[in-house]
Write a protein that binds this ligand. Structure first.
Ligand SMILES: Cc1cc2nc3c(=O)[nH]c(=O)nc-3n(C[C@H](O)[C@H](O)[C@H](O)COP(=O)(O)OP(=O)(O)OC[C@H]3O[C@@H](n4cnc5c(N)ncnc54)[C@H](O)[C@@H]3O)c2cc1C
Length: 360
């Protein structure tokens, strides 16, 4: 019998499995399809340096500190470079240039380096960022990015090296429970028993727990992304304007994201969204008009209706834990989430205060 049964092999489940295995726990991870192929693969890989003024700030800071260390350790353990790098970010105001000063203050107040760029400085820093109306920007020099598909490969390889039993094509359909204690999860391949269980099933977590005694509200929010490419990178920073952004890769590819759509569990690209994203990209970096369209994809973000992820153990459960509902920040918050869950699973006090993420 394993110490921990992790349900769901996205970045959250894999990170929890990785951290638990590092702490000497034996882990089995079950995924209904293949690990690392859902939202975590589809994401853009932006790692903002914090969440100023948000209840996520502490978890975000914990994760920010862990990203460089995890990236180096994963590279050493597996030989896979996850592409983590501090490329910096520019945030362009959505409405008026006046927003920038307030935003810079907010970041600085949270202890994050930030400065205001006026139009001439923007041109100096990013000459191709020449869309009309771009008069000011908030620069975040420590904003980082990761190639999330590479990161997932590294996590899978590291987990496998550490003996995590990764089982693909194993949808969990229910729980075998007795007096508040989970004895096993049910799969078409038979029950899988363990001492502790972690639900990390992303957008599917509510559905998974639907007939159990734990009630959570998580809905899938579809996000579409377009990939453009040019001979050389046109910009160096991640550029964000409201919910939309450009993420430059060193090989000349530029990711353009993203939408927020209620479309159930239906992954698809629509003409409206793809054309809207391309129009946004060209409006910000006009030279992208001549870029090559490579592909488009979509993923289902797990949005907790209450606005915060569920982390921890419901009061009426003895050995069932949740790590789900990270919406737009699951990649960013995954190392901190894993550390907190591993703290709980090893009976230690959590590294940060997690009361606000309580399930009940
Ligand atoms: C377009 C887009 C852009 C994004 N950009 C960013 C970004 O720049 N930065 C950032 O931090 N975040 C970003 N995100 C959000 C981030 O991707 C998610 O918050 C994160 O991936 C959620 O991880 P997860 O492990 O909870 O879910 P998922 O990656 O969806 O993984 C859930 C896993 O559970 C499995 N599963 C589900 N049900 C069951 C079951 N019953 N039994 C067994 N297995 C099951 C699934 O097969 C899946 O593998 C983006 C998301 C999208 C869609």
């Amino acid at each position: 019998m394993h110490d921990v049964v992790v349900i769901g092999g996205g970045v959250v489940g894999l990170s929890v499995a990785y951290e638990c295995s590092r702490r000497g726990l034996s882990v089995v991870l079950l995924d209904q399809t293949q690990p690392g192929r859902e939202a975590s693969w589809a994401g853009a890989g932006i790692l903002p340096p914090g969440h100023p003024g948000s209840p996520l700030a502490e978890l975000s800071n914990l994760s920010t500190g862990l990203w460089p260390r995890w990236s180096a350790e994963l590279r050493e353990e597996t030989g896979i470079d996850n592409g983590y790098r501090r490329c910096g970010g520019l945030r362009i105001p959505e409405q008026s240039p006046g927003e920038t000063a307030a935003e810079v203050d907010e970041w600085r107040h949270a202890g994050v380096a930030a400065d205001i760029l006026e139009q001439a400085q923007i041109r100096e820093c990013e000459p191709e960022l020449a869309g009309p109306g771009i008069e000011s920007a908030c620069r975040l020099p420590t904003l980082a990015q990761v190639r999330n598909p590479w990161h997932l490969q590294a996590l899978i390889a590291a987990c496998a090296r550490r003996g995590v039993d990764i089982r693909c094509g194993q949808p969990v359909t229910g729980f075998d429970e007795q007096r508040g204690r989970t004895r096993a999860v049910l799969t078409p391949g038979g029950p899988v028993s363990g001492h502790n269980f972690v639900v990390a099933a992303g957008a599917w977590s509510q559905r998974l727990l639907a007939n159990s005694r734990t009630s959570i509200e998580i809905e899938p929010i579809r996000g579409q992304i377009v990939l453009l490419s040019t001979h050389r990178p046109l910009i160096r920073h991640v550029v964000e304007q409201g919910p939309r952004y450009l993420v430059p890769r060193p090989d000349g590819r530029t990711l353009v994201g993203s939408t927020e759509e209620r479309a159930g569990f239906h992954k698809a690209n629509t003409a409206t969204a793809v054309s809207g994203l391309i129009a946004f990209a060209v409006s910000v970096v006009p030279a992208l008009a001549d870029s090559r369209f490579e592909q488009a994809w979509s993923g289902l973000r797990p949005r907790a209706l209450r606005g915060l992820p569920y982390l921890g153990r419901p009061l009426n459960r003895e050995n069932l834990f949740l790590a789900a509902g990270h919406f737009r920040d699951g990649l960013k918050l995954s190392p901190g989430t894993a550390v907190v869950l591993a703290d709980l699973l090893t009976g230690q006090p959590p590294s940060i205060d997690i009361d606000r993420f309580a399930i009940d």
